[in-house]
Design a protein around this ligand. Structure first.
Ligand code: SAM
Ligand code: 2KA
Ligand code: SF4
Ligand code: MG
Length: 263
């Protein structure tokens, strides 16, 4: 079994790590994306993903996952410490990845963070629904332009393309997330070609869900892990948002810190 699926199955979990998660990084920063952009936040980044976007800005949680297993208690203590003392203060936590929702234990983590009084955001690709105390579901459904075809595969020759394509949209999971939580749908946009697919998917989610998805809950985010790349993409994406009546989101951590680790 490849190492990445092994994480999904928990195969490399140490015997003494019962209530634990594979953590790639844990840090204090400003939320860089979405409706809460600019808010001081502690980030918990789990490792392992069920997809393989060619552009993934967290390569070491998807294509080549690395992590330390941390107990839930240990994670909550580390979050509380960074929220109090590290570089500042925060009452918001983001649980991200990789894909945090592939892990059963993410529910116990969110229970504990909620009980400790934190506002919780989960950054998710929207393929897995779980019942948990989530204050904002930040759902980023993956478009066809994310598929790691042979010419865009950062690691191999397109071996992940079919699996990624089969898994990337789960309408039932998307509707369940929208119905259960305050949700933003945050699309990574690589160009004008993406917009028809976004419009069609938003319509399908609206039909499948009971809750309302307003145009202002639909966010267009430029693709780019570096300032140089965002210099090429952000203006066109901002103009598409204005043209279609959706919301634009910046990537503040890239603008400010060039997406350095721990930002
Ligand atoms: C690394 S993902 C982790 C959470 C989850 N797996 C997901 O994709 O939503 C965090 C956020 O970064 C976005 N993202 C990843 N790579 C990106 C890139 N190159 N440019 C813009 N956004 C990117 C994702 O779409 C998602 O909104
Ligand atoms: N500052 C900052 N904001 C973020 N918002 C979502 C992020 C993520 O990787 O999920 C992220 C991140 O990596 N850094
Ligand atoms: S779904 Fe998220 S973590 Fe997984 S490969 Fe895509 S951007 Fe990276
Ligand atoms: Mg990020």
């Amino acid at each position: 079994m490849p190492v990445n699926d092994a994480i999904e199955a928990g195969a490399d979990r140490p015997a003494d790590a019962e209530d634990a998660l594979p953590v790639n990084e844990l840090f204090h920063s400003l939320q860089g994306e979405g409706k809460l952009a600019g808010v001081p936040t502690v980030f918990v980044r789990t490792s392992g993903c069920n997809l393989r976007c060619w552009f993934c800005d967290s390569y070491h949680t998807s294509w080549e996952p690395t992590h330390a297993w941390m107990g839930i208690d240990e994670i909550v203590d580390a979050v509380a410490e960074r929220a109090r003392t590290d570089h500042g203060r925060a009452d918001h936590v983001v649980v991200t990845g990789g894909e945090p929702m592939i892990h059963d234990e993410v529910v116990a983590l969110l229970d504990r963070l909620d009980a400790a009084g934190f506002h919780t955001t989960v950054e998710t690709n929207g393929t897995v629904y779980r019942d948990a105390p989530i204050d904002l579901a930040s759902v980023s459904p993956k478009l066809a332009s994310s598929t790691p075809t042979a010419d865009r595969d950062p690691k191999g020759d397109g071996e992940w393309a079919d699996r990624h394509e089969d898994r990337r949209i789960d309408l039932e999971a998307l509707a369940a997330l929208v119905d259960a939580y305050e949700t933003q749908l945050k699309f990574v946009v690589t160009g004008r070609e993406d917009v028809d697919e976004i419009e069609a998917l938003v319509e399908r989610v609206r039909e499948a869900a009971t809750a309302t998805v307003a145009d202002s809950d639909v966010l267009l985010m430029p693709e780019g892990q570096t300032r140089e790349r965002l210099d090429e993409t952000r203006e066109a994406v901002a103009e598409l948002a204005a043209e279609y009546g959706y919301r634009y989101t910046p990537r503040l951590h890239v603008d400010l810190w060039n997406d350095a680790p721990g930002t």
